[in-house]
Structures are given as C-alpha cells and as structure tokens.
Design a protein around this ligand. Structure first.
Ligand code: HH2
Length: 337
C-alpha cells in the first residue's frame, strides 16, 4: 500500500499549480510516497491519485462552530487531583470555573474539560466520580454565560452524555470508541463532533514497551480503521477530528517520527488535532523535568504542527501559544494575517 505525505509550504506567493492543504494556510506541490520497507520518494502533487488528492485539498468543515482555515486553540482543563501537569490545581469546582474563564479570556477557541487523568500509570476513575467532577463545572460555566464551545475529554458514554446535557458540544475520546462501545451510538444520536485519538494500550500500562513496525504508518492505519468504524456507526465524516495521540504508548523516537510526518494525516480527509502540551518527550528533548517548565518547548511543537497544517492545538498555555501562533502567521504567511 502507498501512503501520500504532502510536503507543506507556507511562503508566498504560492506557485502556479500548487494545491491548498485542506483549505488552510499551507500549500504543497510535492508529495512523499511512503511504502513499508521502501525508501520514500518524491512525486509531483498533480500525480497523486485523484481520491487522495481530493482528501488532501478539500477545505475542512466547521467543528463546534469553528472554521478551520486558521489554527484553533483548545484550552485544557483537568478537574482531577492527579493529571500530570495541572493535577490538583483545578480539582475544586470554583477553581475549575475560574480557570476555564481565564482560558477563554486568554484566547482559547474551545475548552477541553476532563475528569480522568490518562497519564502513564493512571488508575481508572469510577463513572459517578468522573461525572461529578465534570458536569457541574460545565453547567456552572454555561449558567455564568460562557459561550465558548466545550469538549468533554472522556472514554465513557455516560460521562459524555452528562457533559452534553450540561452544555458541552463535542466529545474527545482518547480511546477512539474502543473503551466504551456505547460512545459511538451516543455521538451519532446527538449529532456532535468527536475527536478520535490513537493510543497503544491503556494508560495503566501503555508506556511499558510500546512497539510499532512503522509508527507513522501504523498510526495512520489505525486512524483510518477507526474512521471507517465511526462512519459506519452513522457519524458524518464532517464531524470527525483525528489525533495521532502523542505520548500514548509512544517512545521519544515515536513522538518525533509522528511530528516529523504529521502532514501524512491530512490524507485521511479530516481535521487534525495535536496534543503535545507539556508532555514528557518535550521535557526530555528540552531538559525540563517539571511539566510547568516545558512551556517554551510546547510552543515550539505547536508551531511545528501549524507549519504542517494542523488545525487544532490542545494546550495548557493558551496565551503563550496564541501569541506565538499569531506572530508566526504574521511573519510566515504573507497576505493571510
Ligand atoms: N492528551 C491528554 C488527554 N487528552 N486528548 C487528545 N485528543 N489528545 C491528547 O494528546 C490528549 C487528550 C493528556 O494530557 P492532559 O490532559 O494534560 O493530562 P492528564 O491525562 O494527566 O489529565
């Protein structure tokens, strides 16, 4: 099987005959053809098979009311005692509400609220507890007039259902419907967008010995398979976001390979979400032991994602990322600021 990874470019003017990448801010006129066990080779974009080229170039539909012709920021709020970066800081509902408002005021386009840590080694949170952590915070935000879209970060249908009833309008499932099969029916019935993320293994054991034949192509195949299952469950492709799941059953080398090859995922025809913020591989590369010391490295990864046309960045540090993306766009994409 052949895989087609566009080589994203941003400098202006866009040459004649170049194609828009997903209707966004990048263009491409060359594509790397990848095959398992073979060296990559470059071809002209015009020589990519028609269906793949159509998926690579088609503008993406709005997600939760957000157009995706510019990079969008998803602000992370973990209402947990044990998340790897912000665990315990926003466990108190009043602190969570205040942080959500601060993220929105700082420029978050959408908030991602979770009540179960999925850090390596994390234990599973009982259903009732996860609902009690998340739904009241979402209800309080809506009661207080917050209008920013909210996504619920959960693997469990009852948690998603309670969050949607409280005012969320998107589901972010790090298990891509493989943990709770009832998720697909819920998302289909409610007509909400969903993010499907790749993970190898479950949080409790996923970092024990992750293994891939070819991490980029294996993750691509997994996401393609989950996309097919999700569409078969009656969920329209225009409501599906895909995420390679950095840090979920991945070594440093795996994370780096995924980031370097990120543009491949555009060939699936859906918006891409990148969640690298403050993760351990950034600490390893940037020599920063504490998650809160990984902000600059996280911003660097976010910009690397934007340079490959990634539409959604899931980050803890909204104002720093917002500023970096705004400046990067101003100095890189002439005529598109
Ligand atoms: N990463 C985390 C949680 N949810 N969802 C998506 N779609 N992509 C990600 O990369 C992702 C995610 C883990 O980060 P965080 O929420 O900060 O920590 P914890 O799981 O410890 O609460």
């Amino acid at each position: 099987m052949k895989y087609f990874r566009p080589i994203p470019m941003t400098d202006a003017p866009r040459p004649q005959g170049a194609f828009s990448l997903a209707g966004g801010w990048c263009w491409f006129d060359r594509v790397a053809v990848l095959e398992r066990g073979q060296p990559a080779r470059l071809i002209a974009a015009a020589d990519v098979p028609g269906e793949t080229l159509a998926r690579l170039t088609a503008p993406r539909a709005m997600i939760a009311g957000l157009t995706l012709d510019v990079p969008r920021l998803m602000g992370i709020l973990n209402v947990t005692p044990d998340s790897f970066s912000d665990g315990g800081r926003f466990f108190d509902p009043a602190a969570a509400v205040a942080q959500a408002r601060a993220l929105a005021a700082g420029g978050a386009d959408i908030l991602d609220i979770g009540g179960e840590s999925t850090r390596p080694g994390a234990p599973e949170v009982p259903l009732a507890e996860e609902i009690a952590r998340t739904a009241p915070v979402i209800a309080a935000l809506r009661a207080g007039g917050l209008t920013a879209p909210i996504s619920i970060d959960t693997r469990k249908a009852p948690v998603a259902e309670a969050a949607l009833a409280a005012g969320a309008q998107m589901v972010n499932d790090v298990a891509a419907f493989s943990f709770d099969p009832a998720m697909a029916a819920l998302v289909a019935a409610r007509g909400v967008p969903v993010c499907l993320m790749h993970a190898q293994g479950r949080p409790a054991t996923m970092q024990a010995a992750p293994h891939y034949d070819d991490v980029l192509l294996d993750v691509y195949d997994y996401l393609a398979a989950r996309l097919a299952v999700t569409e078969a469950a009656g969920i329209c492709k225009s409501r599906i976001v895909l995420d390679p799941g950095l840090g979920f059953g991945k070594t440093l080398a795996h994370n780096v390979a995924l980031l370097q090859g990120m543009a491949l995922f555009h060939a699936l025809g859906c918006p891409i979400l990148l969640g690298a913020s403050r993760k351990r591989f950034i600490g390893t590369l940037g020599q920063a032991d504490a998650p809160q010391d990984r902000v600059a490295g996280s911003v660097a990864v976010a910009l690397a994602g934007v340079a490959q046309g990634v539409q959604l960045l899931r980050v803890h540090d909204i104002s720093e990322t917002r500023q970096a993306v705004a400046v990067w766009r101003a100095v890189t994409i002439r005529g598109k600021t």
